[in-house]
Design a protein around this ligand. Structure first.
Ligand SMILES: *[C@@H]1O[C@H](CO)[C@@H](O)[C@H](O)[C@H]1NC(C)=O
Ligand SMILES: *[C@@H]1O[C@H](CO)[C@@H](O)[C@H](O)[C@H]1NC(C)=O
Ligand SMILES: *[C@@H]1O[C@H](CO)[C@@H](O)[C@H](O)[C@H]1NC(C)=O
Ligand SMILES: *[C@@H]1O[C@H](CO)[C@@H](O)[C@H](O)[C@H]1NC(C)=O
Ligand SMILES: *[C@@H]1O[C@H](CO)[C@@H](O)[C@H](O)[C@H]1NC(C)=O
Ligand SMILES: *[C@@H]1O[C@H](CO)[C@@H](O)[C@H](O)[C@H]1NC(C)=O
Length: 394
């Protein structure tokens, strides 16, 4: 029998070997080990936007590590929802006019770039065609879904417009109409959802979840048609869309880059200031910090960390006094201490991600806090991988 101290030492060594030093790697490998983000849902093909978010993270992880398994996993996931002839399946329905499935499109364009296989262009063309006839408000904002007439949600910018910009940059870079249209999607949603001092209660300087241009939704404010609260994940999607789209905007994209830089610089300081001063974490409902039932939610927080660190790293937002990076670091370190679960088998789990936040019901405080919170939700875990990639560059 080995002495107890040696057993403990071997145990520690075993764990040290099994667990990657990088949280980005650990989070991604754990999700892959569980078969998450591979285009299947209980073995059945499903076009699912969190997969697109995760594949975006895996692309960057591949660049960082050179581990070809990440590329293979992206390819396998995309192959699960696209036939050899380029037809997108997995419950995709163009006529339903939903923006969410389009989030898987950047992966198709990435694979087209890597392989030159026309299959991926055909698949991406399907989504581009959807955008050509996608219903819009009178001002031109894409509806979030056909069943939600005249509604623009922040989520939709990440789902639809990062693809729209990627497509245009790769295949239609001189289409000035398209660039102006993409710019307008970001600007319109900002103008309709930005909180206004004095007029709006519980002012944070951030963006409400969505608006109804026709003001008829039960949640629409009488003055401007916006929803009642600032929900962390919706804002997280928008912040990620800003930094990712600025990064890919080519010189032919006209006002896109200066416009998005302006919006990002308006939002970054209040987002920094919205973090809880004690813990550094962000509330689920940012407009009601500390209210009973509100809690620190893990997906929005990681989207903020990713967007803020990337914005500073690439020089999009000046961080003269270092306070933006400091806030992102504090928020990230809270996540490591509170939401990472060591499963003891070499994998980690990710805690405290809210399952959904929709504007199909009241969209009020009670609605958001009543939604179930889950472990290993890919929307949060993929954002954790992205945030880790940025944090580990510091
Ligand atoms: C590469 O990534 C795969 C998939 O996550 C992982 O299982 C494997 O250990 C990694 N290989 C190396 C050399 O890190
Ligand atoms: C593409 O392939 C699928 C699966 O084999 C088939 O069902 C579909 O009809 C094909 N579509 C076209 C346009 O050929
Ligand atoms: C696709 O969506 C349209 C519009 O909602 C609907 O009428 C149609 O039945 C859907 N098709 C399928 C196959 O679900
Ligand atoms: C350019 O973009 C606009 C707006 O999306 C679109 O209607 C048009 O078809 C595009 N032109 C070409 C040549 O693809
Ligand atoms: C503002 O926040 C307080 C407490 O956090 C809450 O009671 C109140 O309902 C909020 N007001 C609005 C308009 O959201
Ligand atoms: C996940 O978080 C919840 C709420 O904070 C907590 O009750 C639960 O114990 C956590 N789960 C694990 C496995 O740590």
């Amino acid at each position: 029998m080995l002495p107890l101290a040696l057993c403990t030492l071997l145990g520690l060594l075993g764990r040290a070997v099994a667990r990657p030093a990088s949280y980005a790697v650990w989070g991604a490998d754990s999700a892959i080990a569980r078969g998450q983000g591979n285009g299947l849902d209980n073995g059945v093909p499903l076009v699912n936007y969190p997969d697109g978010e995760f594949q975006w993270a895996l692309r960057h992880l591949l660049d960082r590590t050179g581990n070809q398994s990440y590329y293979d996993y992206i390819l396998e996931g995309a192959n699960n929802i696209v036939y050899d002839n380029g037809t997108v399946h997995g419950s995709y329905n163009l006529s339903a006019y939903v923006l969410d499935p389009i989030r898987t499109g950047p992966t198709f364009l990435y694979l087209y770039e890597k392989t030159d296989d026309a299959k991926w262009k055909t698949a991406a063309q399907t989504y581009r065609t959807q955008l050509n006839s996608h219903p819009r408000t009178a001002e031109g904002q894409f509806w979030h879904k056909l069943i939600y007439p005249n509604q623009g949600w922040l989520d939709g910018i990440y789902m639809g417009d990062v693809f729209y910009a990627t497509w245009t940059a790769m295949l239609d870079a001189n289409n000035h109409t398209a660039w102006a249209d993409i710019t307008r999607q970001f600007q319109l949603i900002f103008d309709h959802n930005i909180q206004i001092p004095i007029i709006d209660a519980n002012y944070t300087g951030l963006l409400y979840h969505g608006y109804d241009y026709s003001h008829v939704a039960v949640w629409a404010s009488p003055d401007r048609g916006h929803s009642p609260e600032v929900w962390d994940r919706a804002l997280g999607w928008y912040m990620m869309a800003l930094v990712d789209t600025i990064e890919l905007a080519p010189s032919t994209s006209g006002l896109l880059k200066p416009t998005l830089l302006t919006l990002l610089n308006i939002l970054a300081p209040p987002l920094r200031d919205a973090a809880d001063p004690t813990t550094g974490a962000w509330w689920l409902v940012l407009t009601q910090p500390g209210r009973a039932g509100n809690y620190f939610e893990s997906s929005g927080a990681m989207m903020f960390v990713y967007a803020l660190l990337k914005a500073v790293r690439l020089g999009y937002v000046p961080d003269v006094d270092g306070s933006i990076v400091a806030a992102a670091k504090k928020g990230y370190e809270y996540a490591i201490a509170n939401w990472v679960i060591d499963n003891g088998d070499g994998t980690m789990s990710w805690n405290n991600t809210v399952l959904v936040g929709s504007l199909n019901l009241a969209g009020d405080f009670d609605y958001y806090i009543s939604q179930p919170v889950d472990i290993d939700d890919l929307k949060g875990l993929a954002a954790f991988v992205l945030a880790s990639l940025e944090y580990e560059l510091l």
